[in-house]
Design a protein around this ligand. Structure first.
Ligand code: UT7
Length: 324
């Protein structure tokens, strides 16, 4: 049986960086009060990248995909599967994966989107792993990409300070040795109200509320409990003690959640990849962006064990354990 191995990664962030101070000054012009101190102390976020008006998810995704393909030494024509995770697709249809496929110049690969909000990349990676293990694909591109700024209510300080835009991607190839060792995906749709953007299109008009709404404290509690048990379950099934993990790459929503999980799982700070300070929460892009940052600066090396985790709207969560 084939395994799926990560053979390359890439990331792309839109060039405009907005610091907490800049954001606080901009919100103050609309009598919305926030501060660098509040944002930093409650979340660890110091800045975010925001796409200019008109920039689309497929554009960010294509840049990340090109970087991942170059890193892997794989041409776009070799891909036989493209899965893209996003909650901010360019269009209702076709899928953003198909748009990226065309921009990369690939023809014929299966291409589709996955919608699992901030767990999207982990869901997409697990799906691609399953295709490769089943022999239905050999070389896969998995992308998490978002223009999340487009679904933020910039008058709601409890959410608009938390998110940013970006894209991250990996290339997977069939291999004799793992590769992705174990994965687990979960959802609890009864919790949809704690994090949702409940708008839709009827008769060509947007109806409902198209902006992201979140009960931050409820999400915080769900995130820490679900991710702790997911990490334990995946490692147990893989027969890998948590202590053997070289790098923990969690969803980048809040440094307090990340630190809590690290302590609960007994993973010291030196093993935890944190990018939330620079990227804020980029939803489906957060895990591949963090993975790529740590691969490129030489922290994550071939042969090491990496635990990736996503969590978000749905409510959804999941873990992937991989040997790099
Ligand atoms: O990617 C999906 C996963 N998402 C997450 O994991 C997010 C999880 N939740 C969180 O990260 C945290 O709950 C937040 C960062 C969203 C909020 O932190 P918190 O410590 O739970 O704060 P809170 O919601 O309890 O709010 C505390 C206070 C409130 O004021 P009062 O009622 O105590 O007077 C808020 O109105 O902070 C106020 N507040 C703000 N103040 C300044 C809320 N947002 C802001 C703000 N600036 N931006």
């Amino acid at each position: 049986m084939s395994y799926a191995k990560i053979i390359g990664s890439g990331g792309y962030l839109p060039p405009r960086v907005v610091s907490n101070d800049e954001l606080a000054a901009e919100l103050a012009t609309r009598q919305i009060e926030t501060s660098d101190t509040w944002i930093t102390e409650r979340t660890g976020i110091r800045q975010r990248h925001i796409a200019d008006a008109g920039v689309t998810t497929s554009q960010l995704a294509t840049r990340a995909a090109q970087a991942a393909l170059a890193d892997a030494g794989v041409s776009a024509g070799e891909l036989d599967l493209i899965i893209l995770a996003t909650s901010t697709p360019d269009y209702i249809f076709p899928s953003t994966a198909c748009l990226v496929q065309a921009q990369l110049g690939n023809k014929g690969a299966a291409a589709f989107d996955v919608q699992a909000v901030c767990s999207g990349f982990v869901y997409a990676l697990t799906t691609a792993d399953s295709f490769i293990r089943a022999g239905r694909a050999r070389t896969a591109l998995v992308i998490g990409a978002e223009v999340f700024s487009s679904i933020l209510d910039w008058n709601d300080r409890s959410t608009c300070v938390l998110f940013g835009d970006g894209a991250g991607a990996v290339v997977l190839r069939a291999a004799e040795e793992p590769g992705i060792i174990e994965a687990q995906l979960n959802a609890d749709g009864s919790q949809m109200k704690i994090l949702h953007a409940a708008g839709n299109v009827v008769g060509g008009q947007v109806t409902g509320d198209p902006f992201l709404r979140m009960d931050g404290q409820a999400v915080f509690k769900m995130a820490v409990t679900s991710l702790a048990s997911s990490a334990q379950a995946v490692c147990e099934r893989a027969g890998v003690p948590l202590a053997d993990i070289d790098w923990f790459v969690p969803h980048q929503a809040n440094v307090r959640i990340i630190n809590f999980l690290g302590r609960k799982l007994g993973l010291p700070e030196e093993k935890v990849v944190v990018t939330v300070d620079k990227h804020a929460n980029t939803s489906a892009a957060s895990v591949p962006l963090a993975l790529d940052a740590a691969r490129r600066d030489g922290r994550i090396r071939p042969g090491q064990l990496v635990l990736m985790q996503g969590v978000g709207g749905g409510f959804t969560w999941g873990s992937v354990l991989a040997r790099m």
